[in-house]
Design a protein around this ligand. Sequence first.
Ligand code: FAD
Length: 347
Amino acid sequence: LKTATPLPRITSLTSICRSASTLVIAEHEGGAINAPSVSAVEAAKSLGEGNSISLLLAGSGTSLHDAAARAASFHPAISQVLVVDSDKFARPLAEPWARLVHLVQQKGGYSHIVAASNSFGKNVLPRAAALLDVSPVTDVVNISGSNQFVRPIYAGNALCTVRYIGSNPCMLTIRTTSFPVPSALADSKSNEVPVNQVDLSTLDEDSVGKSRYISQTSQDTERPDLGNAKIVVTGGRALKNAENFKMIDKLAEKLGAAVGATRAAVDAGFVPNELQVGQTGKIVAPELYMAFGVSGAIQHLAGMRDSRVIVAVNKDADAPIFEVADYGLVGDLFEVIPELLEKLPEK
Ligand code: FAD
């Protein structure tokens, strides 16, 4: 009997790709791609030398085309913009978007697909991954090479390094706080980048799915967005009611900060759900995070522990928030906040 020569072992399909080609699923607003999508491009850059990055933008109207035209000036790493002008994608509904990603992947054969880990990315990417029959790697906070990623587990209490050994595409959602938007980007000049229309003729007509767009509300505020703010002032259950929570609003206003809240404060109806920070709320990493009457439950810490400087005010000296705080004050917030408001200069 002749012994067959063993075939070389292929450990991963990504490892046999000559170089990465990445599709970034992007959102746009007001004629520009939004900050979380720019973070996704930043993450895509880490996937390897020579990675060619294509940006997928969909929607309708002039905002879409303005965003497509300006995309390259937001990030010189983008080598192509794929535009889908269709009412079907005017709203961020997951089902049609997932079908679109599936279609674009079938045509483009990308090695990686990346989206921000925000409500849009977390809604679309896993569905698209199911259609493509691959397992997504979610909440990536660090990328070392084309198939090795770090992601938090146990509500952020441990970091796990994972290697993707599945078939292409390798699909990732990334934590935007770990891939900040470089400040110089806004001024960078673009190279001429091709903007190509995606042919939708083979898109399944049933792709509308079961979700239906009803309405969108956003708070009319001049405050910075909670996800990107440099300062966040957060209140917890200790505020007792919505009226008292206005102290947090006033303090945030004086500091030019965004307002955050614990889930207990949200569940008690002091503030709307969109202000919740934590495992099941927003992930923030501002320069300064101020927590008033927040115990520091692990689910809350999961959303803010990467903040640069953490200040906590709590009347219980043993509150777990003091374990992560850089500056802690054991005191009653009903005395501390009025004093701060008095001493801080008017804006
Ligand atoms: P409490 O735990 O009641 O703490 C109130 C604190 O205020 C205490 O430390 C107290 O000493 C202090 N205090 C009281 N009075 C004063 C005063 N006058 N002055 C100063 N200090 C005072 N929580 C989140 O925040 N975000 C999440 O995303 C989140 N996700 C969750 C997901 C799951 C699956 C689960 C099970 C829980 C989640 N939670 C989340 C809830 C979390 O476990 C805590 O219950 C919550 O964070 C507690 O909020 P709190 O600190 O406002 O309230």
